[in-house]
Design a protein around this ligand. Structure first.
Ligand SMILES: [Zn+2]
Length: 99
């Protein structure tokens, strides 16, 4: 039997959420850290809400570094804050399309 995947929880608020509401940050096998919007990147992943509060908390406490056990460049958090806006728009669009 296949192991059940652990629920995806935000590194900041520890809330389990649907994948669409989380942003994945990946540490690739070669040690590179990047924001993985496709959710298909190989490597160890950490998830964070697309909520601004969570991103800023993670930035303040360096929570993604802790989750991935690797130094996360400051720019990753900056990128997340940018993606946060884009993602919100995207979720809005998906929501509208389903109505
Ligand atoms: Zn969160």
């Amino acid at each position: 039997m296949k192991k059940r995947r652990r629920p995806r929880t935000c590194v900041a608020c520890k809330t389990a959420r649907p994948k669409t509401e989380l942003i994945r940050v990946v540490r690739s096998p070669d040690g590179r850290v990047y924001v993985d919007l496709t959710g298909r990147g190989q490597g160890r992943g950490a998830y964070i809400c697309s909520a601004r509060n969570c991103i800023e908390l993670a930035k303040k406490k360096n929570l993604i570094s802790r989750a991935l056990k690797v130094d996360v460049p400051f720019e990753i958090y900056e990128e997340l804050l940018q993606k946060h806006k884009e993602l919100l728009q995207k979720i809005d669009n998906i929501g509208n399309a389903n109505q």
